[in-house]
Design a protein around this ligand. Structure first.
Ligand code: ZN
Length: 150
């Protein structure tokens, strides 16, 4: 079920976060936004080392740098998917995610300051089937063992 990666792997990733309580969160320069209880999927790219980046996302307390860091403070990281592909796939993965049934964009501009996407963060009120079966989006997506990210 899980696939291990080493420090040399680069690629794009998909973080699944669970927000147990509704929150109003200041998201850096994007300002203050309301976040409902539910599942949040975030797409990023780590072309200098996937494992290092994912371990950073694994930490709840750290200097807040990216938009996702502000949400991560309040949310649990439940699942991580990744694929060893180039940066051009980051926005394609975000687009595929936004097309999933019941997907909504909670904060326009979230994680997409450097591209033309409406957002790299997608919200689902209930567990979407792609969270358990990422192959529904891409056959290349693997599931990383949560313990490797601590
Ligand atoms: Zn994008």
């Amino acid at each position: 079920m899980y696939t291990r990666i080493d420090h040399t792997v680069r690629g794009v990733y998909l973080l699944w976060l669970w927000l147990p309580d509704p929150q109003t969160i200041q998201v850096g320069a994007l300002g203050s936004h309301h976040f409902s209880v539910g599942y949040y999927a975030y797409v990023g790219s780590a072309q200098n080392g996937l494992l290092h980046r994912l371990r950073r996302h694994g930490k709840q307390t750290k200097p807040l740098r990216w938009h996702i860091d502000y949400l991560r403070v309040h949310a649990e990281l439940t699942t991580v998917h990744a694929a060893p592909v180039g940066p051009e796939w980051e926005c394609r993965l975000a687009a595929a995610l936004r097309r999933q049934p019941n997907a909504t964009v909670p904060v326009p501009g979230f994680g997409s300051s450097d591209c033309r996407c409406v957002s790299h963060l997608v919200y689902f009120k209930e567990v979407p089937s792609v969270m358990c079966r990422p192959q529904l989006i891409w056959p290349e997506l693997i599931v990383l063992p949560p313990n490797d990210l601590q």
